[in-house]
Design a binder for this molecule. Structure first.
Ligand code: NAD
Length: 331
Protein backbone atom coordinates (compact mmCIF):
# COMPACT_ATOMS: atom_id res chain seq x y z
CA UNK A 1 0.00 0.00 0.00
CA UNK A 2 3.08 2.22 0.31
CA UNK A 3 2.47 3.89 -3.04
CA UNK A 4 -1.21 4.59 -2.55
CA UNK A 5 -2.06 8.17 -1.71
CA UNK A 6 -5.19 8.43 0.39
CA UNK A 7 -7.31 11.39 1.48
CA UNK A 8 -9.36 11.26 4.68
CA UNK A 9 -11.87 14.11 4.93
CA UNK A 10 -13.14 14.89 8.43
CA UNK A 11 -9.68 13.86 9.70
CA UNK A 12 -10.02 16.26 12.63
CA UNK A 13 -13.11 14.38 13.81
CA UNK A 14 -13.64 11.21 15.80
CA UNK A 15 -13.63 8.43 13.17
CA UNK A 16 -11.43 10.35 10.70
CA UNK A 17 -8.66 10.86 13.24
CA UNK A 18 -8.61 7.16 14.13
CA UNK A 19 -8.78 6.25 10.43
CA UNK A 20 -5.68 8.30 9.64
CA UNK A 21 -3.71 6.36 12.29
CA UNK A 22 -5.09 3.05 11.02
CA UNK A 23 -4.18 3.78 7.39
CA UNK A 24 -0.69 4.97 8.35
CA UNK A 25 -0.22 1.66 10.15
CA UNK A 26 -1.28 -0.15 6.99
CA UNK A 27 1.44 1.67 5.05
CA UNK A 28 -0.55 4.27 3.08
CA UNK A 29 0.51 7.85 2.42
CA UNK A 30 -2.27 9.89 4.03
CA UNK A 31 -3.54 13.44 3.67
CA UNK A 32 -6.05 14.58 6.28
CA UNK A 33 -8.41 17.50 5.70
CA UNK A 34 -10.83 19.19 8.09
CA UNK A 35 -11.98 22.63 9.18
CA UNK A 36 -10.43 21.92 12.58
CA UNK A 37 -7.40 20.13 14.00
CA UNK A 38 -8.01 16.90 15.92
CA UNK A 39 -9.02 17.93 19.42
CA UNK A 40 -7.51 15.22 21.62
CA UNK A 41 -4.32 13.90 19.97
CA UNK A 42 -1.89 14.87 17.18
CA UNK A 43 -2.68 13.63 13.71
CA UNK A 44 -0.38 11.02 12.18
CA UNK A 45 -1.21 12.16 8.64
CA UNK A 46 1.68 12.87 6.25
CA UNK A 47 -0.10 16.13 5.43
CA UNK A 48 -2.93 17.81 7.30
CA UNK A 49 -4.72 20.72 5.65
CA UNK A 50 -7.30 23.01 7.19
CA UNK A 51 -9.89 23.48 4.45
CA UNK A 52 -13.60 24.20 4.35
CA UNK A 53 -14.93 21.50 2.02
CA UNK A 54 -18.18 23.32 1.36
CA UNK A 55 -16.13 25.24 -1.21
CA UNK A 56 -15.38 23.64 -4.57
CA UNK A 57 -11.87 25.09 -4.94
CA UNK A 58 -10.91 23.71 -1.53
CA UNK A 59 -12.17 20.29 -2.57
CA UNK A 60 -9.99 20.48 -5.69
CA UNK A 61 -7.01 21.25 -3.48
CA UNK A 62 -7.86 18.42 -1.05
CA UNK A 63 -8.19 15.76 -3.77
CA UNK A 64 -5.10 16.67 -5.85
CA UNK A 65 -2.80 13.70 -6.59
CA UNK A 66 -4.93 11.31 -4.58
CA UNK A 67 -5.79 7.68 -5.43
CA UNK A 68 -8.49 6.97 -2.87
CA UNK A 69 -10.82 9.14 -0.78
CA UNK A 70 -12.51 8.23 2.50
CA UNK A 71 -15.21 10.93 2.70
CA UNK A 72 -16.09 11.46 6.36
CA UNK A 73 -16.45 15.23 6.66
CA UNK A 74 -19.91 16.19 7.87
CA UNK A 75 -21.67 18.69 10.09
CA UNK A 76 -23.06 16.23 12.59
CA UNK A 77 -23.60 15.23 16.22
CA UNK A 78 -25.83 13.18 18.49
CA UNK A 79 -29.66 13.28 18.55
CA UNK A 80 -29.72 16.60 20.42
CA UNK A 81 -27.82 18.27 17.59
CA UNK A 82 -29.35 16.41 14.65
CA UNK A 83 -32.94 17.00 15.71
CA UNK A 84 -32.44 20.76 16.19
CA UNK A 85 -30.34 21.89 13.20
CA UNK A 86 -32.02 20.56 10.06
CA UNK A 87 -31.36 23.46 7.68
CA UNK A 88 -27.73 23.91 8.70
CA UNK A 89 -27.00 20.18 8.42
CA UNK A 90 -28.72 19.78 5.05
CA UNK A 91 -27.09 22.91 3.63
CA UNK A 92 -23.55 22.18 4.82
CA UNK A 93 -23.48 18.46 4.11
CA UNK A 94 -24.94 18.83 0.61
CA UNK A 95 -22.23 21.34 -0.25
CA UNK A 96 -19.45 19.23 1.28
CA UNK A 97 -20.48 16.04 -0.51
CA UNK A 98 -21.42 17.45 -3.90
CA UNK A 99 -18.14 19.34 -4.12
CA UNK A 100 -15.84 16.68 -2.68
CA UNK A 101 -17.16 13.95 -4.96
CA UNK A 102 -17.06 16.07 -8.09
CA UNK A 103 -13.58 17.38 -7.31
CA UNK A 104 -12.42 13.77 -6.84
CA UNK A 105 -13.79 12.93 -10.30
CA UNK A 106 -12.16 16.01 -11.79
CA UNK A 107 -8.79 15.07 -10.25
CA UNK A 108 -8.98 11.46 -11.47
CA UNK A 109 -9.38 9.77 -8.05
CA UNK A 110 -9.83 5.99 -8.56
CA UNK A 111 -11.92 5.05 -5.56
CA UNK A 112 -14.26 7.01 -3.32
CA UNK A 113 -15.81 5.75 -0.08
CA UNK A 114 -18.78 7.68 1.29
CA UNK A 115 -19.76 7.32 4.95
CA UNK A 116 -23.52 7.16 5.17
CA UNK A 117 -25.60 6.33 8.21
CA UNK A 118 -28.30 4.12 9.68
CA UNK A 119 -30.24 7.42 9.81
CA UNK A 120 -31.20 6.79 6.16
CA UNK A 121 -33.63 4.06 7.22
CA UNK A 122 -37.32 4.96 7.22
CA UNK A 123 -38.97 6.03 10.42
CA UNK A 124 -41.93 3.69 9.82
CA UNK A 125 -39.63 0.66 10.24
CA UNK A 126 -38.37 1.93 13.60
CA UNK A 127 -41.51 2.69 15.61
CA UNK A 128 -41.17 -0.09 18.23
CA UNK A 129 -38.40 -0.95 20.68
CA UNK A 130 -38.14 -4.54 19.43
CA UNK A 131 -37.89 -4.03 15.69
CA UNK A 132 -36.50 -6.33 13.00
CA UNK A 133 -32.85 -5.55 12.22
CA UNK A 134 -32.56 -3.23 9.22
CA UNK A 135 -31.45 -4.73 5.91
CA UNK A 136 -29.87 -2.55 3.27
CA UNK A 137 -32.92 -2.77 1.00
CA UNK A 138 -35.17 -1.45 3.79
CA UNK A 139 -34.01 2.09 2.97
CA UNK A 140 -36.82 2.32 0.38
CA UNK A 141 -39.53 3.57 0.18
CA UNK A 142 -37.59 6.37 1.80
CA UNK A 143 -38.67 8.26 4.91
CA UNK A 144 -35.65 9.15 7.05
CA UNK A 145 -36.57 10.86 10.32
CA UNK A 146 -34.26 13.88 9.96
CA UNK A 147 -32.65 16.10 7.33
CA UNK A 148 -29.33 14.47 8.27
CA UNK A 149 -30.63 11.12 6.99
CA UNK A 150 -32.20 12.61 3.83
CA UNK A 151 -28.88 14.17 2.86
CA UNK A 152 -27.04 10.89 3.42
CA UNK A 153 -29.56 9.07 1.23
CA UNK A 154 -29.30 11.61 -1.61
CA UNK A 155 -25.48 11.51 -1.45
CA UNK A 156 -25.58 7.70 -1.60
CA UNK A 157 -27.47 8.05 -4.88
CA UNK A 158 -25.12 10.73 -6.14
CA UNK A 159 -22.19 8.38 -5.49
CA UNK A 160 -23.95 5.50 -7.22
CA UNK A 161 -24.64 7.60 -10.33
CA UNK A 162 -21.09 8.96 -10.43
CA UNK A 163 -19.86 5.36 -10.24
CA UNK A 164 -22.13 4.41 -13.15
CA UNK A 165 -21.47 7.43 -15.36
CA UNK A 166 -17.88 8.45 -14.60
CA UNK A 167 -14.53 6.80 -14.26
CA UNK A 168 -14.62 6.57 -10.46
CA UNK A 169 -15.37 3.51 -8.29
CA UNK A 170 -17.57 4.09 -5.26
CA UNK A 171 -18.07 2.38 -1.91
CA UNK A 172 -20.91 3.29 0.47
CA UNK A 173 -21.00 2.38 4.14
CA UNK A 174 -23.91 2.87 6.55
CA UNK A 175 -22.52 3.22 10.08
CA UNK A 176 -24.61 2.19 13.08
CA UNK A 177 -23.55 4.21 16.18
CA UNK A 178 -19.78 4.11 16.27
CA UNK A 179 -18.18 4.95 19.63
CA UNK A 180 -14.80 4.96 21.36
CA UNK A 181 -12.13 7.16 22.95
CA UNK A 182 -11.07 10.49 21.38
CA UNK A 183 -14.65 11.39 20.41
CA UNK A 184 -16.77 14.41 21.37
CA UNK A 185 -17.89 13.80 24.97
CA UNK A 186 -19.54 17.13 25.91
CA UNK A 187 -20.79 20.37 24.40
CA UNK A 188 -23.99 19.25 22.64
CA UNK A 189 -22.67 17.18 19.71
CA UNK A 190 -21.78 14.09 21.75
CA UNK A 191 -23.64 10.84 21.10
CA UNK A 192 -25.32 8.52 23.60
CA UNK A 193 -22.36 6.28 24.64
CA UNK A 194 -20.05 9.26 25.28
CA UNK A 195 -22.81 11.23 27.02
CA UNK A 196 -23.58 8.24 29.25
CA UNK A 197 -19.91 7.77 30.15
CA UNK A 198 -19.61 11.48 31.00
CA UNK A 199 -22.77 11.54 33.15
CA UNK A 200 -21.74 8.42 35.06
CA UNK A 201 -18.15 9.63 35.51
CA UNK A 202 -19.60 12.88 36.93
CA UNK A 203 -21.93 10.89 39.21
CA UNK A 204 -18.95 8.90 40.46
CA UNK A 205 -16.81 11.94 41.12
CA UNK A 206 -19.51 14.03 42.77
CA UNK A 207 -21.10 11.06 44.57
CA UNK A 208 -24.48 12.27 43.40
CA UNK A 209 -25.95 9.09 41.92
CA UNK A 210 -28.69 10.67 39.78
CA UNK A 211 -28.11 10.30 36.02
CA UNK A 212 -30.42 11.93 33.48
CA UNK A 213 -31.70 9.80 30.60
CA UNK A 214 -33.67 11.24 27.68
CA UNK A 215 -37.13 9.67 27.46
CA UNK A 216 -38.05 6.43 29.24
CA UNK A 217 -34.71 4.85 28.29
CA UNK A 218 -36.45 1.90 26.62
CA UNK A 219 -35.46 3.08 23.11
CA UNK A 220 -33.08 0.54 21.55
CA UNK A 221 -29.86 0.77 19.52
CA UNK A 222 -26.76 -1.22 18.64
CA UNK A 223 -23.29 0.22 19.22
CA UNK A 224 -20.06 -0.58 17.39
CA UNK A 225 -16.57 0.03 18.75
CA UNK A 226 -14.20 2.20 16.71
CA UNK A 227 -11.56 -0.50 16.08
CA UNK A 228 -14.16 -2.72 14.41
CA UNK A 229 -15.38 0.26 12.39
CA UNK A 230 -11.86 0.91 11.03
CA UNK A 231 -11.30 -2.73 10.08
CA UNK A 232 -14.66 -2.83 8.32
CA UNK A 233 -14.07 0.45 6.48
CA UNK A 234 -10.73 -0.73 5.12
CA UNK A 235 -12.10 -4.13 4.12
CA UNK A 236 -14.95 -2.43 2.25
CA UNK A 237 -12.59 -0.09 0.42
CA UNK A 238 -10.48 -3.08 -0.67
CA UNK A 239 -13.58 -5.09 -1.75
CA UNK A 240 -15.31 -4.68 -5.09
CA UNK A 241 -18.76 -4.06 -3.54
CA UNK A 242 -20.44 -0.88 -4.77
CA UNK A 243 -23.86 -0.97 -3.05
CA UNK A 244 -24.58 0.53 0.39
CA UNK A 245 -23.47 -1.77 3.21
CA UNK A 246 -24.34 -1.73 6.94
CA UNK A 247 -21.41 -1.51 9.33
CA UNK A 248 -22.35 -1.96 12.97
CA UNK A 249 -22.98 -4.42 15.73
CA UNK A 250 -26.22 -6.42 15.71
CA UNK A 251 -26.63 -6.67 19.49
CA UNK A 252 -29.52 -4.40 20.41
CA UNK A 253 -29.68 -2.84 23.90
CA UNK A 254 -31.93 -0.26 25.53
CA UNK A 255 -30.47 3.05 26.68
CA UNK A 256 -31.30 1.94 30.26
CA UNK A 257 -29.16 -1.17 29.70
CA UNK A 258 -26.40 1.00 28.26
CA UNK A 259 -26.49 3.01 31.50
CA UNK A 260 -26.31 -0.19 33.59
CA UNK A 261 -23.29 -1.47 31.66
CA UNK A 262 -21.43 1.83 32.06
CA UNK A 263 -22.36 2.08 35.77
CA UNK A 264 -21.02 -1.44 36.24
CA UNK A 265 -17.75 -0.51 34.54
CA UNK A 266 -17.51 2.62 36.74
CA UNK A 267 -18.22 0.45 39.78
CA UNK A 268 -21.10 2.58 41.11
CA UNK A 269 -24.87 2.37 41.53
CA UNK A 270 -26.80 5.07 39.70
CA UNK A 271 -30.35 6.36 39.98
CA UNK A 272 -31.85 6.91 36.53
CA UNK A 273 -33.84 10.09 36.18
CA UNK A 274 -35.93 10.01 33.02
CA UNK A 275 -36.35 13.48 31.56
CA UNK A 276 -37.80 14.95 28.37
CA UNK A 277 -35.34 14.98 25.49
CA UNK A 278 -34.90 14.01 21.84
CA UNK A 279 -34.79 10.24 21.50
CA UNK A 280 -34.62 9.65 17.75
CA UNK A 281 -36.37 6.55 16.44
CA UNK A 282 -37.85 4.12 18.98
CA UNK A 283 -35.80 1.10 17.98
CA UNK A 284 -32.92 0.35 15.61
CA UNK A 285 -30.58 -2.54 14.91
CA UNK A 286 -28.29 -3.58 12.08
CA UNK A 287 -28.91 -6.68 9.97
CA UNK A 288 -25.39 -7.92 9.24
CA UNK A 289 -26.26 -10.69 6.78
CA UNK A 290 -24.91 -8.78 3.79
CA UNK A 291 -21.87 -7.51 5.73
CA UNK A 292 -20.87 -11.10 6.53
CA UNK A 293 -21.44 -12.18 2.91
CA UNK A 294 -19.50 -9.31 1.34
CA UNK A 295 -16.57 -8.92 3.75
CA UNK A 296 -16.50 -12.44 5.24
CA UNK A 297 -16.19 -10.64 8.57
CA UNK A 298 -18.28 -8.78 11.14
CA UNK A 299 -17.58 -6.58 14.19
CA UNK A 300 -16.24 -8.67 17.04
CA UNK A 301 -15.43 -6.35 19.96
CA UNK A 302 -18.05 -6.66 22.71
CA UNK A 303 -20.04 -3.66 23.92
CA UNK A 304 -18.62 -4.15 27.43
CA UNK A 305 -15.02 -4.16 26.18
CA UNK A 306 -15.57 -1.10 23.97
CA UNK A 307 -17.36 0.80 26.71
CA UNK A 308 -14.68 0.09 29.28
CA UNK A 309 -12.03 1.60 26.97
CA UNK A 310 -14.29 4.58 26.29
CA UNK A 311 -15.28 5.07 29.92
CA UNK A 312 -11.65 5.05 31.06
CA UNK A 313 -10.81 7.84 28.60
CA UNK A 314 -13.88 9.96 29.40
CA UNK A 315 -13.46 9.57 33.17
CA UNK A 316 -9.93 10.94 32.82
CA UNK A 317 -11.28 13.86 30.75
CA UNK A 318 -13.96 14.62 33.34
CA UNK A 319 -11.40 14.60 36.15
CA UNK A 320 -9.02 16.81 34.16
CA UNK A 321 -11.62 19.36 33.15
CA UNK A 322 -13.79 19.68 36.21
CA UNK A 323 -11.24 18.97 38.88
CA UNK A 324 -14.10 17.28 40.68
CA UNK A 325 -11.94 16.22 43.61
CA UNK A 326 -13.12 19.48 45.14
CA UNK A 327 -16.49 17.81 45.79
CA UNK A 328 -14.77 15.40 48.13
CA UNK A 329 -13.16 17.90 50.41
CA UNK A 330 -15.73 17.27 53.15
CA UNK A 331 -14.73 13.56 53.38
P1 NAD B 1 -17.20 14.05 13.67
O1 NAD B 1 -18.18 15.17 13.82
O2 NAD B 1 -16.32 13.74 14.82
O3 NAD B 1 -16.30 14.28 12.37
C1 NAD B 1 -16.74 14.97 11.25
C2 NAD B 1 -15.67 15.98 10.90
O4 NAD B 1 -16.07 16.70 9.72
C3 NAD B 1 -15.45 17.03 12.00
O5 NAD B 1 -14.11 17.01 12.45
C4 NAD B 1 -15.79 18.34 11.33
O6 NAD B 1 -14.98 19.44 11.72
C5 NAD B 1 -15.57 18.00 9.86
N1 NAD B 1 -16.26 18.98 9.01
C6 NAD B 1 -17.48 19.53 9.20
N2 NAD B 1 -17.73 20.46 8.28
C7 NAD B 1 -16.64 20.51 7.48
C8 NAD B 1 -16.28 21.30 6.36
N3 NAD B 1 -17.12 22.25 5.89
N4 NAD B 1 -15.07 21.11 5.78
C9 NAD B 1 -14.21 20.19 6.28
N5 NAD B 1 -14.49 19.40 7.34
C10 NAD B 1 -15.69 19.57 7.94
O7 NAD B 1 -18.08 12.77 13.26
P2 NAD B 1 -17.67 11.23 13.17
O8 NAD B 1 -18.43 10.53 14.23
O9 NAD B 1 -16.21 11.07 13.10
O10 NAD B 1 -18.35 10.85 11.78
C11 NAD B 1 -17.62 10.71 10.57
C12 NAD B 1 -18.60 10.41 9.44
O11 NAD B 1 -19.34 9.22 9.72
C13 NAD B 1 -19.63 11.51 9.21
O12 NAD B 1 -19.89 11.66 7.83
C14 NAD B 1 -20.87 10.98 9.91
O13 NAD B 1 -22.04 11.52 9.35
C15 NAD B 1 -20.73 9.49 9.64
N6 NAD B 1 -21.44 8.70 10.65
C16 NAD B 1 -20.97 8.62 11.93
C17 NAD B 1 -21.65 7.85 12.86
C18 NAD B 1 -21.16 7.70 14.28
O14 NAD B 1 -21.77 6.93 15.03
N7 NAD B 1 -20.11 8.37 14.70
C19 NAD B 1 -22.84 7.17 12.51
C20 NAD B 1 -23.29 7.30 11.20
C21 NAD B 1 -22.58 8.04 10.27
Amino acid sequence: MANKRVLVTGAGGFIGHHLVSFLKNEGYWVRGVDIKEPEFAETQADEFELLDLRRWENCLQATREIDEVYALAADMGGMGFISANHSQILHNNILINVHTLDAARENGVNRYLFTSSACVYPEYKQMETSIAPLREEDAYPAQPQDAYGWEKLVTERLCTHYGEEHDIEVRIVRFHNIFGPLGTWEGGREKAPAAMCRKIAMAKQTREPEVEIWGDGEQTRSFCYIDDCLTGLHKLMRSNYTEPLNLGQDRMVTINQLADIVANIAGIDVVKKHVQGPQGVRGRNSDNTRLREVLDWEPEISLEEGLSQTYKWIEAKVKEKYNVEQYHTAD
